[in-house]
Write a protein that binds this ligand. Structure first.
Ligand code: SF4
Length: 185
């Protein structure tokens, strides 16, 4: 009797069918893995792009960061959504995680993997998906700033969700430059 009940329960065991990003969007998932494989190349592109955004800080200030937020958000959501399966957390750390988005971890861990990574390097929850942190390590090995994967990340600030990380990083860099210029003057 107990055995029969156990058998029924194991047949009903949790199965993340249809929930896995691999099944949900295989095309997007392939691009996500491509991005990790080309992390060094994307790091260079992002550095150029971030510098360009910073050079245009005067323009964003003139238009107003608030006004430019919507079109920038549209661009960021679509480009990063396609390339990294971005979840728009608004506080991007891709350049520190080998171009593997930590928000794709089912537990949303931002400081390395949990203890449940499977022997082959797959996720313990979405078993057909490589752990985003084994991917992150792989990507970081190729990157010039790959050691930054060791930096301790702050907890996610949920109030920043669905805001532009690109604009925030630009405004922060501009403010840091202004402080430096003020100190030198
Ligand atoms: S860390 Fe955040 S902003 Fe960056 S790709 Fe992942 S969800 Fe998007």
């Amino acid at each position: 009797m107990i055995f029969a009940r156990h058998k029924t329960r194991s047949r009903m065991a949790y199965k993340p069918a249809g929930a896995s990003p691999v099944q949900r969007a295989s095309m997007r998932y392939s691009l996500r893995r491509w991005s990790v494989e080309h992390a060094r190349f994307l790091e260079k592109i992002y550095t150029l792009f971030a510098d360009m955004l910073l050079a245009l800080h005067w323009l964003w200030s003139l238009i107003g960061y608030r006004r430019i937020e919507r079109p920038m958000l549209f661009l960021e959501r679509n480009i990063k959504g396609l390339m990294f399966d971005c979840r728009m957390c608004g506080q991007c750390i891709l350049s520190q995680t080998g171009m593997s988005c930590p928000m794709n971890c089912p537990k949303a861990l931002r400081n390395g993997p949990c203890g449940g990574v499977r022997a082959g390097g797959n996720c313990e929850i979405e078993t057909d998906m490589p752990c985003v942190w084994t991917e992150a390590w792989r990507g970081a090995q190729q990157m010039q700033g790959g050691d930054s994967i060791l930096a301790v990340q702050k907890p996610v600030d949920q109030s920043l969700k669905n805001t532009s990380a690109w604009l925030r990083a630009t405004a922060q860099r501009a403010a840091q430059n202004a402080v430096k210029a003020g100190i030198k003057a």
